[in-house]
Design a binder for this molecule. Structure first.
Ligand SMILES: Nc1nc2c(ncn2[C@@H]2O[C@H](COP(=O)(O)OP(=O)(O)OP(=O)(O)O)[C@@H](O)[C@H]2O)c(=O)[nH]1
Ligand SMILES: [Mg+2]
Length: 370
């Protein structure tokens, strides 16, 4: 969606079978205290928290400006209760569960691959995927079926309803084969037409495969198995393998150097959490611009495709209303020059007007008048 931004943060929801590791992942992302326990439906009501979006560019601009305060972009994470076979017919947490999913903007499927005798449930990620997708698709099928009947009647009276009928028919065909819409290859305009129905599977998806702590070397293989499964229907779904337990333990280490050492010790590089949050952020259609100064250096979130005044409005509505112009330079060029004022002196700060569409990584200052 391009246009005015909602006052609430964009949110993604963690969806999967019981004991997949959703609450553990939520805790790792938000530092939150959600109950993670080895029994089904440990989570009943959703936990909602905020995850910081790590950004190396922000850190570097902050150092350049000798800034006192560094503020990251953030997104909301919702930890949803586990789903079981039959959820679309009311089994387990049933409808409550489905309602919670309707409220998120993008879905992160958490698929379990770890084995642990103390934690019940299957450890085959494809089995997790199969059950989750069938239930989501069945729930959507029910909605679409009702709408399709209405739209068929309506289309006979009103020719303008034909487009909607076509979109619903395409959705019906995919869903009745058990195929979620995010991997049905629907035309962009059909997905748009279907938006008002708040279908569960008509939204972006990312998959996390939770691999056991003693099988870290298998991460690439497991990722590939799940990725291949998605691509059978021609869908391009990003798949990130990680050991949620280890990532969660690392996340509790406050000192960044110690944390990096622990992850490095397991051969996990910077860890997969960072990569996951960045992916989720992009999946939500979000981009970042920066403001910088001695007092504060900050990452601001905007929707891909927004105009400069809309981006300014992220800081304050006055900035949008009274927008005059933006002073802009891309982050890497600014770093190379070494200071905002110097960049200005050498004529590298561009002046952009209302029609400008900021790019991810722009550093900006706004001029406004109210
Ligand atoms: N061995 C091992 N255990 C894990 C891992 N990730 C999670 N667990 C354990 O698995 C159990 C279930 O994890 P949760 O995070 O509560 O799972 P959930 O998906 O939130 O489960 P529900 O809320 O019941 O749907 C807990 O006891 C976790 O400690 C892992 O990578 N390895
Ligand atoms: Mg849970």
């Amino acid at each position: 969606m391009v246009g005015s931004l909602p006052s609430v943060m964009e949110r993604f929801g963690l969806v999967g079978l019981p004991n997949a590791g959703k609450s553990s992942l939520y805790n790792a992302l938000t530092g939150g205290g959600a109950l993670a326990a080895p029994y089904a439906f440990a989570t009943k009501d959703p936990n909602i928290g905020v995850a910081k979006v790590p950004d190396d560019r922000l850190d570097r601009i902050g150092v350049m400006s000798k800034t006192k305060s560094l503020i990251h972009a953030s997104v909301q994470v919702v930890d949803i209760g586990g789903l079981v076979e039959g959820a679309s017919k009311g089994e387990g947490l049933g409808n409550k569960f489905l309602a919670n999913i309707r409220e998120v903007d993008a879905i992160v499927l958490v698929l379990r691959a770890f084995e642990d005798d103390d934690v019940p449930g299957p450890s085959d990620p494809l089995e997790h995927l199969r059950v989750v997708e069938i239930e989501l698709a069945l729930a959507d099928l029910e909605t679409v079926e009702k709408r399709l009947n209405q739209a068929t009647r309506q289309a006979k009276l009103d020719k303008t309803a034909a487009g909607e009928l076509e979109a619903l028919q395409a959705a019906y065909d995919a869903l009745s084969q058990g195929l979620p819409l995010y991997r049905a290859g629907l035309k962009e305009e059909w997905s748009e037409t279907l938006k008002p129905y708040f279908l569960l599977t008509n939204r972006s998806v990312l998959a996390v495969v939770n691999v056991g702590e003693n099988e870290l070397d298998k991460i690439p293989d497991v990722e590939k198995i799940v990725r291949d499964e998605f691509s059978t229907a021609g869908a391009n779904v990003e798949v990130i393998g990680m050991c949620v337990q280890l990532e969660a333990e690392a996340a509790t280490i406050v000192d960044p150097v110690e944390r990096a050492e622990m992850l490095e010790g397991f051969g996990l590089g910077e860890g997969a959490l960072f990569r996951m949050v960045r992916s989720a952020y992009h999946l939500l259609g979000l981009r970042t611009y920066f403001t910088t100064g001695e007092k504060e250096t900050r990452a601001w979130t905007f929707y891909a495709g927004s105009s400069a005044p809309e981006c300014a409005g992220r800081i304050h509505t006055d900035f949008q209303r009274g927008f005059i112009k933006a002073e802009v330079i891309h982050w890497d060029e600014l770093l190379e020059i070494g200071a905002w004022n110097k960049a200005k002196d050498v004529g590298k700060i561009r002046i952009e007007g209302k029609e400008y569409h900021p790019e991810d990584g722009d550093v900006m200052e706004f001029r406004f008048n109210v």
